[in-house]
Design a protein around this ligand. Sequence first.
Ligand SMILES: C[S@@+](CC[C@H](N)C(=O)[O-])C[C@H]1O[C@@H](n2cnc3c(N)ncnc32)[C@H](O)[C@@H]1O
Length: 352
Amino acid sequence: MFQKDTRNAMAAKVYAQQIAFAPFVFQSSRILRDFGILSIIEESGETGINTKDIHAKTKLSEYSVRVLLEAGLGIGLLTIDEDRYILTRTGYFILHDKMTIANMDFTHDVCYQGLFDLDKSLISGKPEGLKVFGNWKTIYEALAHLPDHVKKSWFAFDHYYSSDSFPVVIDHVFKSNPAKILDIGGNTGKWALSCFAHSPTVRVGIADLPGQLNVAKQTISKNGYTDRAEFFEVDLLNENCPLPKGFDVIWMSQFLDCFSENEIVSILKRCYDALPANGQVIILEPLWDKQTYEVSAFCLQMTSLYFTAMANGNSQMYHSELFTGLIRKAGFSFVERIDRIGICHSMMKCSK
Ligand SMILES: C[S@@+](CC[C@H](N)C(=O)[O-])C[C@H]1O[C@@H](n2cnc3c(N)ncnc32)[C@H](O)[C@@H]1O
């Protein structure tokens, strides 16, 4: 992956312009979608529809419709037949593809404004862009307090990637017949619900920051599983915050990417101390070099910059070698790693 320069000079120069104008491409594509223009054009089918008729179906001026449509041609969302616009395949994906929608909403609602300060974050090691939402140390502290539409896009992005993997990995996690599983970074309790549905007896502990833990408590209670759940309010950035003992498996999904290399080692060492001799840590994580397609790696490499500018200033979607080195540094050895789970995950089973 990424070993060849695949563009000839002309293609490279074209692509360089697409990068130079990337914010324009992004915003006008999103607006064509959100103002309903792509849908109007899709409804017109292969015949297409002209500017006047599109304008009549929107609340925008003819000028606004025109500049958006012309941008849509250059971007490749639309083609034109005489004066009639027709939706392209890319336009179709912008409108309907679940992954594209999750990525676009996350980019706009959570990251767009803050990314302006990416350079400052790279220098300071702090999520300088997070200031657009207030004075927080990390986005995880802020999460419960973010505006509703921002929260919605953050959760949709997070859940889009993890939800598909849970049904695939659950049998692997239950192979050792754990009586008690601790989910750290348990978030809204989605993994715990999967476990309760999978096993009639398993008990699940959820450890997270207070904001997320409250949501998890409500979700578990609404689903009638409170008697099999335990909740632990933790801030694992605090090196003196231990993890609770008595669990056979410590599970973490899309969690360690929220931490720097040293923080990961520190958290895993605390897992080591909390687990019994035959206990396991099971990690579900997107590793960018373990993707089948370059475009999947691209999505993860871009997501790393969200961590830099918005989340905490010092973490990322890791490369497998760097990541496994950190697991070993904490004292764990590998039992197995399974790649290509769900959309983008690898599952790593580690023992003491
Ligand atoms: C990206 S989400 C992953 C959620 C879930 N495990 C999933 O796979 O969808 C990361 C989770 O880690 C939690 N987290 C982040 N920093 C934390 C900290 N310092 N201590 C405890 N939990 C933290 C967040 O609150 C959030 O619920």
